[in-house]
Design a protein around this ligand. Structure first.
Ligand code: AOF
Ligand code: ZN
Length: 367
């Protein structure tokens, strides 16, 4: 591994520390290196706060003079919530800047040119794929205006999510469940389930970490007719974030009132020809609500229609070392295609161990 890659990987690691706190801004990490030694580290800790470069330069102090700074994103060149990082880099006397990717935000771009014209060496390359993956939601929102969507499912090896009686506690082990809290619920802006899941499992959809301090996503429940029990945990249980109920157009106000009284927000969304809420039409509405990234957690009908609608950018499937067989409830509900040639394909598949379970990640091909 080259030194540049080594230090950039450290910067990427630091960037992750801002998980769940920077949206709609990106996760960014920075490392200041002098004579092969790290003299300052920083990351973007929270939306609206100082950028990663500023924290790292502050930590380095006078040692930044003549040093190299590694940043996971091109330094910004604009006055936004904070002054331009290009200026901070120049003021600190940095001689070389290494970036993992250019800034796709047109308002902030131009940092590389500005630094180069001031005589600073700017290098790109190394870790670009990782940097893009890290900020996939930020990049997608800028490029398309739509939220970045992850579908997470947890199943037995034979693709079942519950027994025929609906018993689902638990399919996967504690390590997998904790991974989801730390890496999905904490990181993504919102979490979505269908009303059937609320009725069957009564999930709270909060982010619970053993050390505490998790950040809860906005909780979204799809409920065409608002047929939800008012004692549901998503409505009753305290969370840092609100609960948003998505219903079909024309649900009477009298039906909405009890949910408003409980502090929920309600969004009306179009239905498809099958009478079910239309995921494709819902995404721009969620984007308008400021949602840059969305985690879909089920159940089977919601997962299947999200996949079919083409809105899913990434799947995270957990497989427990268990086989249910017979009439266990399948992970995806409803009819599939007639022919193998019509099935959904995925790219970039990766497999990880998670306790006794296996985690498979992949990216549905966009057709
Ligand atoms: C961040 N954190 O560490 C870096 C960012 O409104 P502002 O001033 O916070 O600027 C946000 C933009 O600055 C953001 O969209 C991105 O293009 C650029 N760089 N942003 O939030 C950081 N380095
Ligand atoms: Zn900046």
């Amino acid at each position: 591994m080259s030194d540049d890659v080594f230090f950039m990987e450290r910067a990427l690691e630091l960037a992750l520390k801002g998980s769940g706190r920077t949206s709609p801004n990106p996760l960014v990490g920075a490392v200041v290196v002098r004579n092969g030694e790290i003299v300052g580290e920083g990351w973007h800790m929270a939306y609206g706060g100082p950028h990663a470069e500023v924290h790292a330069l502050k930590a380095a102090g006078a040692a930044a003079e003549g040093a190299t700074i590694y940043v996971t994103l091109e330094p910004c060149n604009h006055y936004g919530k904070t002054p331009p990082c290009t200026q901070a880099v120049l003021d600190a006397g940095i001689r070389r800047v290494v970036i993992a990717m250019e800034d796709p935000n047109p308002k902030a771009a131009g940092g590389m040119d500005r630094l180069r014209s001031a005589g600073v060496a700017v290098d790109t390359g190394g870790c670009e794929d990782k940097a893009r993956k890290l900020n996939a939601p930020f990049i997608k929102k800028l490029e398309t205006g739509l939220p970045w969507v992850v579908l997470k499912c947890a199943m037995t090896l034979d693709g079942r999510v519950a027994t025929r009686s609906g018993d689902s506690k638990w399919v996967t082990g504690p390590e997998s469940r904790q991974w989801c809290h730390r890496h999905l619920r904490q990181r993504l802006d919102a979490i979505l389930v269908g009303s059937a899941t609320v009725r069957a499992d009564d999930p709270s959809l909060t982010c619970r970490l053993p050390e505490g301090g998790g950040r809860d996503p906005l909780r979204i429940v799809l409920a065409s007719n608002l047929d939800l029990p008012t004692e549901a945990s998503v409505l009753r249980q305290k969370s840092d974030s609100a609960t948003l109920l998505v219903c079909a157009g024309g649900v009477p106000e009298s039906r909405k009132q009890p949910f408003y009284d409980m502090g929920a927000r309600i969004l009306e969304a179009p239905s498809g020809s099958d009478g079910r809420l239309d995921f494709k039409a819902l995404m721009p509405l969620l984007a308008e609500q400021g949602i840059q990234s969305l985690l879909i957690e089920g159940g089977g009908r919601v997962a299947a229609s999200a996949l079919k609608s083409g809105v899913v950018d990434k799947v995270v499937f957990f497989y427990a070392p268990k086989i249910l067989g017979g009439d266990g409830i399948p992970v995806l509900d409803g009819p599939g295609p007639e022919r193998m040639a019509q099935c959904m394909r995925l790219s970039g598949m990766e497999v990880f161990s998670c306790g006794d379970d296996i985690r498979v990640e992949g990216y549905p091909d966009k057709v």
